[in-house]
Design a protein around this ligand. Structure first.
Ligand code: AR6
Length: 183
């Protein structure tokens, strides 16, 4: 699925994010930037040790924030390491922090003058965020960013979902959100 929001193309697809040829791919990292399982493990395996070396030098990243490293051996030039919240029932600041992880990543991409970036579904694996809720927050953050940054360098934003089910959830959520903004 593909829609246009301001000057940004928003694409939802299924796939392995480590294969994406966008200027940057986003990693669902942890605050220690220590690597791990899920998409984080896949990115470090495919990108090689240079990514971990740069993460070690940066040291840490708060929840809701993002930092940038080389893409190492990946097709993408950069990896943006975003830290989503651990889901603890949704009564805390999870929604705000998840939104912030997306916005911090987009601001960093814009600061580096990147034209394209690919996101995984942050926090919906090991961190347990229910994917429907998370997809609405993620997509709304991207819509808001594109609408409020008409001069952004970003021309294409992709969501690369690992399973057909996750892709369908994101498409359904985007269709719901699109009813609320004019094309
Ligand atoms: N491409 C795209 N999406 C993927 C890939 C891939 N290659 N592999 C997994 N996913 P998770 P989190 C999806 O657990 O919930 C790590 O250990 C996966 O299906 O990777 O933010 C970190 O170090 C799921 O939908 O990230 C942290 O400690 C989504 O990526 C912690 O897990 C996110 O799942 C972060 O947990």
């Amino acid at each position: 699925m593909e829609v246009k929001i301001g000057k940004c193309r928003l694409i939802i697809k299924q796939g392995d994010i480590t294969k994406e040829d966008t200027d940057a791919i986003v990693n669902a990292a942890n605050t220690r930037l220590a690597g791990g399982g899920g998409v984080d493990g896949a990115i470090h395996r495919a990108g090689g040790p240079e990514i971990a070396e740069q993460c070690r030098k940066i040291g840490s990243c708060p929840t809701g924030g993002a930092v940038i490293t080389t893409g190492g051996l990946l097709p993408a030039k950069y990896v943006i390491h975003a830290v989503g919240p651990i889901y603890r029932g949704g009564k805390g600041k999870e929604a705000e922090l998840l939104r912030s992880a997306y916005l911090s990543s987009l601001e960093l991409a814009d600061k580096y003058n990147l034209r394209s970036v690919a996101f995984p579904s942050i926090s919906t694996g090991a961190y347990g965020y229910p994917i429907k809720e998370a997809s609405l927050i993620a997509l709304q953050a991207i819509i808001d960013f594109c609408q409020s940054h008409p001069q952004t360098s970003l021309e294409e934003i992709r969501f690369v979902l690992f399973t057909p089910h996750d892709k369908e959830v994101y498409i359904q959520s985007l269709e719901e959100l699109m009813e609320n903004f004019p094309q």
